[in-house]
Ligand binder design. Structure first.
Ligand SMILES: Cc1cc2nc3c(=O)[nH]c(=O)nc-3n(C[C@H](O)[C@H](O)[C@H](O)COP(=O)(O)O)c2cc1C
Length: 204
């Protein structure tokens, strides 16, 4: 049967599969390994799910150091970066802890958590402590990790939701506008820190 539907004149094809939903705000996923090795990566493939308990689902690539450390300790912190941390966000998204001690290079402040053994980031506008409650195979490249919220820490003075939303929107705009130059700026940050950029990138 032919359906009497209107022609899609008001739309044109998008060049990116998830474009209408692509406004994402970056987060940092902090992990800790043996010998007190701290690491963090930039994440945008995550979603919050459920009220009580509240959970976070984040897709983590198997090639990352974060993946190894999540398996090792089963805990992580997600940090909402401030505008001032955007260089760090780019850095953490293009450089792997397999190649560089990113925590040391970025000079972040490790703050004592309340429920787990992974530190909060002192410079962030908010930090949430999670325990991994499920690891779901997704595809060849990545698994989904489900984290249950154990504690939430919001920077003093930002308790009003609108303040956080404003900062997060600025971070989102920044992340989009710097996407093209991001790799270069990640490397320049390393040079500023006195390290050499890795010659082989693990990002495909
Ligand atoms: C904007 C942005 C978003 C990213 N989102 C994710 C993500 O959600 N999951 C993931 O596994 N990698 C993501 N990446 C890539 C990792 O941040 C990158 O591979 C990082 O170097 C891995 O660090 P690690 O090996 O120290 O864990 C993203 C990168 C960028 C630039």
């Amino acid at each position: 049967m032919r359906m009497d539907w209107k022609d899609p004149d008001m739309f044109e094809a998008g060049n990116h599969g998830n474009k209408p939903f692509a406004v994402r705000v970056p987060a940092l996923v902090v992990t800790r390994g043996g010998k007190d090795r701290l690491n963090f990566l930039t994440a945008m493939w995550f979603t919050l799910t459920g009220f009580e308990p509240s959970r976070m689902i984040v897709a983590i690539q198997k090639k990352t150091l974060t993946y190894d450390l999540l398996l090792e300790r089963g805990e992580f912190v997600m940090s909402a970066p401030s505008d001032e941390m955007m260089e760090v966000v780019v850095f953490a998204g293009y450089i792997s802890g397999h190649d560089v001690d990113k925590w040391q290079a970025a000079g972040l402040t490790a703050v004592r958590p309340s429920k787990i053994s992974v530190p909060l980031i002192g410079e962030a506008i908010g930090n949430v402590e999670y325990r991994v409650v499920q690891q779901i195979p997704f595809d060849e490249e990545m698994d989904l990790f489900v984290g249950e919220v154990l504690a939430t820490h919001i920077r003093k003075g930002l308790r009003k939701a609108s303040s956080i939303v404003r900062i997060r929107i600025r971070c989102s705009i920044w992340a989009r506008s710097t996407a093209l130059t991001a790799n270069r700026s990640a490397n320049s940050m390393l040079i500023l820190q006195g390290s050499n950029p890795p010659t082989t990138s693990r990002r495909s």
